[in-house]
Design a protein around this ligand. Structure first.
Ligand code: MN
Length: 252
């Protein structure tokens, strides 16, 4: 049973990693992705508020489903959406995160890979407090414990940002199955040296499998292309993010 679910456009790109037992986790991540897909499919430009409203709706739907006998199920969510923003411009990106799936960014010049999100996990909190080292985090008994998740409480506490889309930047959305196997240096090298998003996604999956991945590994890569040159003249047909690839490696 596969607990990860992915959404690869249009306009909304997301990775969700379900929890609460295999069957329930799969329901939670699938519900989140289906709710977001419906929001993305509506025939209007999205605002950051629309995206957050869809995330809230996903939260409510998972809660409602859980009340039907699947108590305790929930899902992580890492999301990048093409939005129009009053502050950041017509060609903007909304980023949303809850749980321990991640969003990374490779800048247009192929420089340093940047982790955009903070994990909402016991280990990340201990690390941030300086109570354990990065090495200890890798083997910590509570390394799988997530502190925030979609679908457990009304009013999910998500982290969210809006930023200008920059042509040539590349985003990676991934579940913990990837980062449990590959370090940031290796992930950055693959993203930097692999041309197409689909080829880069495949290479990351291959490497995680070669490293002995036991969890689901989900990867979505979003390249920002074709951003309007003039922010004062927003056009309705601009599509800031147009290339994506996703893949899931289901493991028993
Ligand atoms: Mn996982």
């Amino acid at each position: 049973m596969n607990q990860d679910a992915v959404l690869a456009g249009p306009r909304i790109f997301a990775v969700a990693d379900g929890m609460g037992g295999h069957a329930a986790g799969d329901v939670a991540s699938s519900l989140a992705v289906a709710t977001l897909a419906r929001a993305a499919g509506e025939d209007q430009r999205l605002s950051a508020g629309d995206v957050l409203a869809a995330v809230e709706e996903a939260n409510r739907r998972i809660l409602a489903e859980a009340e039907g006998g699947r108590e305790g199920m929930g899902t992580t969510l890492a999301l990048v959406a093409a939005v129009a923003s009053e502050e950041a411009g017509a060609d903007s990106l909304a980023l949303v995160n809850i749980g321990d799936s991640r969003i990374y960014r490779l800048p247009p010049d192929g420089g340093q890979l940047e982790q955009m999100t903070q994990d909402h996990s016991v280990v990340a909190e201990l690390l941030a407090a300086g109570e354990i080292t990065a090495d200890e985090a890798r083997t910590h008994p509570e390394r799988n414990a997530i502190t925030r998740v979609l679908g457990l409480h009304a009013g999910a506490e998500v982290d969210h940002w809006t930023r200008r889309a920059v042509p040539g930047e590349r985003f990676l959305l991934c579940s913990d199955g990837l980062v449990n196997e590959l370090g940031d240096d290796e992930i950055g090298e693959v993203l930097r040296t692999t041309g197409s998003p689909s080829a880069a996604a495949e290479r990351l999956l291959e490497r995680a499998l070669d490293a002995g991945a036991v969890d689901n590994v989900s990867v979505v890569i979003v390249d920002v292309v074709g951003v309007g040159e003039d922010e004062m003249a927003p056009s309705d047909d601009t599509q800031p993010t147009s290339m994506a690839s996703s893949d899931t490696l289901p493991r028993a």
